[in-house]
Design a protein around this ligand. Structure first.
Ligand SMILES: [Zn+2]
Length: 246
């Protein structure tokens, strides 16, 4: 039975290794997912900027039309000035022309402001597009490298599972059943070392009787607190022995 514990320890370490390899694969796949989400967010921002550009351009176009119409009005008024009869009419028309010119000046300022904004949005949009192109390239590289890693890890997992099977075949049914049951309920930690008379699983002190059973070494010994399968660390064995004897 002392051999069983060695086999169980190996079995457990192989299971831990497989779990870690699978977690590694998951992490790598999440890296790809994270990158994809980043690119999607940036793409959405680029779309927003493009829409903003279009809407600013529309504002500019509409204000330029208003300017043209004001310009037309002023030309019309200037023609009318030539056929004016009274001073009062003349003054009224001049006031009208002055007010149109003031409108045009405001429109001009507004157009300039919109143009400045358009320029900065355009710059941001261009930069986003460049970033996107670059990031899509790097995503391609990332996917390639992750796929290669996952494939390699798959091979390692398969190899480890093969080793696992060898140890399972070497175990008696009773030990295997105990191990499987405990491994499932104890999160893969079914076999634990006893260090300084303390269970490595639950940190409770083991009883003198349990220690004696462990020293005897001819059958599986379970922690009385957490039910895990126990073994004595080799270098701690003499120390434990002394304590059991005293
Ligand atoms: Zn315990």
């Amino acid at each position: 039975m002392i051999e069983s514990i060695e086999v169980l320890k190996r079995l457990q370490s192989l299971k831990t290794k497989i779990n870690e390899l699978k977690k590694d694969q998951e992490r790598r796949k999440q890296d790809v997912q994270k990158k994809k989400t980043q690119i999607e967010d940036k793409g959405a921002l680029a779309v927003k900027r493009r829409e903003e550009k279009l809407s600013i351009q529309k504002e500019i176009d509409s204000k330029e039309l208003d300017m043209k119409s004001d310009e037309g009005e002023i030309t019309k008024y200037n023609v009318q000035l030539n056929s004016i009869k009274t001073n009062k009419e003349y003054t009224a028309l001049c006031t009208e022309i002055g007010s149109k010119k003031a409108d045009m000046s405001i429109l001009e300022d507004e157009i300039l402001n919109f143009m400045t904004r358009l320029e900065s949005v355009n710059e941001e949009y261009k930069k986003l597009q460049e970033d996107l192109r670059r990031e899509e390239e790097s995503l391609k590289d990332l996917i390639e490298s992750v796929n290669a890693d996952v494939k390699e890890t798959d091979i390692e997992i398969e190899k480890t599972q093969h080793d696992q099977k060898k140890y399972i075949d070497a175990l008696d049914e009773n030990s295997l059943n105990h191990y499987n049951r405990l491994s499932n309920i104890k999160g893969g930690k079914a076999v634990v070392a006893v260090l300084g008379n303390v269970c490595g699983g639950c940190s409770m002190n083991i009883t003198a009787q349990t220690l004696n059973l462990l020293m005897g070494g001819n059958k599986l010994v379970f922690c009385q607190s957490c039910s895990r399968i126990l073994y004595l660390e080799e270098n701690k064995g003499s120390e434990a022995g002394k304590m059991a004897a005293s």
